[in-house]
Design a binder for this molecule. Structure first.
Ligand code: MIC
Ligand code: SF4
Length: 643
């Protein structure tokens, strides 16, 4: 067996490990963050479970930390109180980015982790099977329910050789993205194998597993070996170590070979993480802003390399350099060993350990700016400045570029960039608030601020569904298009009615008003619809606006699950010509859809009433998914099943 199969089979609750089949697995750990977590805990409360049934559940507060009004702080208080009551550990603001902290302090090789954030696969860096999902799926897992997924194909990414000077783990994952594209990983787990793996540290592996999310992959996983053991020992957690790797004769559905010694510094250009070229080829473009941080690149070793590049130098006068160390652990260690002083001395602006600029929470660049960033997504408008051009690189490229003011290949440096892993990380979990002991739940009062509004619930599916094609979209529409998130909107993640006025506005500003005027309708999209974030709001808000179905060429994994979980029909065109045939505002219908789903149909008719044409649409559904769509979503379905 390969490692993915080993972990899946050890957790398998139903189904067979055949790619494409529905399986369900037991979830050992969950994580939530605040921007998806508020909704996830509201949903958990609606399920009526007193105490979480996982081995460990952690709630992180790391996204909405810009407190420009009462909303974020109110949500923080809600999360801190609701988690305390129901058996969840709460990592307070300032403790760091969920994925970085989870890797440092809680992750366990061989365990399953389900997180309400698409970059949960970061845990694959220490041999976890770590999967991103919508908040509702995570709420169900917290309650002890199984996680249902499509059994993935397993791609062996065989690494050989060793990275050359100033070429980083980020360049490895950018190379994978260059080869496979943002939809190349859909339905797959990327399992890293081969002799090159042993040359990579845990944070480097975590960078690769993290950004595997941009492939659309279910997750990415590395073996758990002596490098993992040393990392866990330095975190004072060696006792959770287990050696894990694929059997010598393991088979894979596909193999990709990468010789690390042939790689060069790479860069993803606007506005997609797979728009990759070499730094050398893109050349010395003038740069306005550099951001170093995010869950992809904010480990201790990343930050130490940056400090070394900056030491004794000054940031270019035309560049604003912003650095966000990934966790309190990292920031404290930089403060103690003087590296923070090197960064400050060079003119860097230091942020608290949180997501920050990665999700447009502050530091939006100026109009038309070129911003070089170390995070994982450069989707259109995500930085908070729609006219900005965001590029993604390694920390090394970003740091040297901040000094020169133009995009610079870090191989020109002549300083030692090796940063050994510390023997001992600084361990202080005093910002992690434990829950009350079992049996004391009633003593905790859950605090709800005025920003917390009820979330929409789907209703039972009618036999015939009608609606206009309110919007026709291209390929690769991201969740940042569907439900934009920035400093102005993130505070409203528990307020769906407010968010509704911004739904799909990066595609068409008039969409929310039109959806309201028409009393809802349908959406038409190209391939890979809904890639990116796990935010359930990209389904909840359309649901609130009356969207009944999305007809697309194909869907991204998490978003498709979120649509079904909320009772919205995800239909896939069987013929591209049918997509071409639809014009915006055509009257569409799904005649007899309820009966067809009840009958177990896999192909459905989408009628274009305006044109008088019928299109055949795919919607392969499991029994459980049929149940969810018929009841109007997972919550209704769970209630129905418990009746
Ligand atoms: C992101 O990187 O897009 C986010 C913000 O972390 C999201 C979660 C969210 O939208 O709250 C994600 O990756 O799932
Ligand atoms: Fe936070 Fe950015 Fe990572 Fe999402 S990708 S979890 S916003 S740092």
């Amino acid at each position: 067996m390969n490692l993915t199969q080993k972990i899946l089979s050890a957790h398998l609750l139903s189904g067979e490990l055949v790619p494409g089949e529905e399986i369900s697995i037991r979830i050992d750990q969950t994580l939530t963050q605040d921007s998806t977590g508020t909704m996830a805990y509201l949903q958990f409360e609606a399920m009526g479970v007193e105490r979480v049934r996982t081995k460990k559940s952690v709630a992180y507060i790391d996204h909405n930390t810009l407190q420009t009004g009462f909303e974020n702080a109110d949500d923080h208080q809600y999360i801190q109180s609701v988690t305390k009551k129901h058996g969840v550990y709460c990592s307070k603001p300032g403790n760091g980015i969920c994925h970085q902290v989870h890797l440092e302090r809680f992750g366990v090789p061989g365990m399953t982790l389900l997180g309400s954030d698409s970059h949960t696969p970061t845990g694959g860096g220490i041999g976890m099977l770590a999967i991103g999902a919508g908040g509702l799926d995570v709420a169900v897992a917290m309650g002890g329910g199984a996680y249902y997924m499509t059994c993935p194909r397993v791609v062996g990414v065989r690494l050989t050789g060793r990275l050359p000077y100033a070429v980083a783990a980020k360049d490895i994952i950018l190379e994978v993205l260059r080869r496979l594209s943002v939809k190349g990983g859909v339905g797959k787990v990327m399992e890293y194998i081969g002799p090159g793996v042993a040359t990579l540290t845990v944070p480097e592996r975590a960078t690769i597993a993290n950004m595997g999310a941009e492939l659309g992959a279910t997750t990415s996983v590395f073996p758990s070996d002596e490098v993992t053991r040393a990392f866990l020992r330095a975190q004072q957690r060696e006792e959770v170590f287990t050696p894990l790797q694929a059997d010598p004769d393991a088979s894979y559905d596909e193999i990709i070979d990468i010789d690390l010694s042939t790689l060069v510094p790479l860069i993803a250009q606007p506005h997609m993480p797979d728009n990759v070229d070499t730094v050398e080829h893109v050349g010395p473009i003038k740069v306005d802003q550099v951001f170093i941080g995010s869950c992809t690149n904010s480990s201790y070793q990343d930050m130490m390399r940056v400090a070394r590049i900056l030491r004794g130098k000054t940031v270019h006068p035309d560049v604003s350099l912003v650095i966000g160390p990934g966790s309190k652990q990292v920031l404290t260690m930089l403060a103690r060993n003087g590296a923070l002083a090197d960064m400050l001395g060079a003119g860097a602006r230091i942020l608290e350990s949180a997501c920050g600029p990665c999700i447009g929470m502050g530091q939006s660049p100026k109009t038309g700016a070129v911003s070089i960033r170390t995070n994982n997504r450069n989707f259109y408008a995500r930085s908070g400045t729609a006219s900005a051009n965001v590029y993604l690189t390694s920390c090394e490229t970003a740091a040297v570029t901040a000094l020169t003011g133009v995009l610079t290949d870090p191989r020109c440096l002549d300083i030692d960039l090796t940063v050994p892993m510390p023997e001992q990380f600084e361990v202080n979990d005093n910002l992690v608030i434990p829950p009350v002991e079992a049996g004391h739940e009633a003593e905790v009062e859950v605090v709800r601020g005025p920003n917390i509004k009820p979330f929409p619930l789907g209703h039972a599916l009618e036999n015939d569904v009608f609606g206009k094609a309110l919007l026709k979209m291209e390929d690769n529409i991201t969740t940042d298009h569907i439900m934009p998130s920035n400093a102005k909107l993130l505070p409203y993640r528990s307020n769906v009615p407010h968010l509704a006025d911004f739904c799909l506005t990066p595609v068409d500003e008039t969409f929310p008003a039109r959806a309201k005027a028409e009393g809802g309708g349908m959406l038409v999209a190209g391939s890979n619809y809904g890639q990116g974030s796990s935010r359930e709001h990209a389904a909840l808000v359309p649901l609130y606006l009356g969207i009944r179905a999305v007809a697309a060429k194909s869907f991204a994994r998490i978003h498709q699950a979120n649509l079904i979980n909320n009772g919205i029909l995800p239909l896939a065109f069987r013929s591209e010509a049918d997509y071409d045939d639809i014009d915006p505002m055509d009257e569409l219908a799904l005649p007899g859809i309820r009966a067809a789903i009840e009958d177990g149909a896999e192909v459905f008719i989408l009628r274009n009433v305006t044109k008088g044409h019928d299109y055949q649409m795919n919607m392969p559904l499991t029994k459980r998914q049929r149940g969810m769509l018929l009841c109007g979503g997972l919550l209704n379905y769970t209630r129905e099943m418990n009746r």
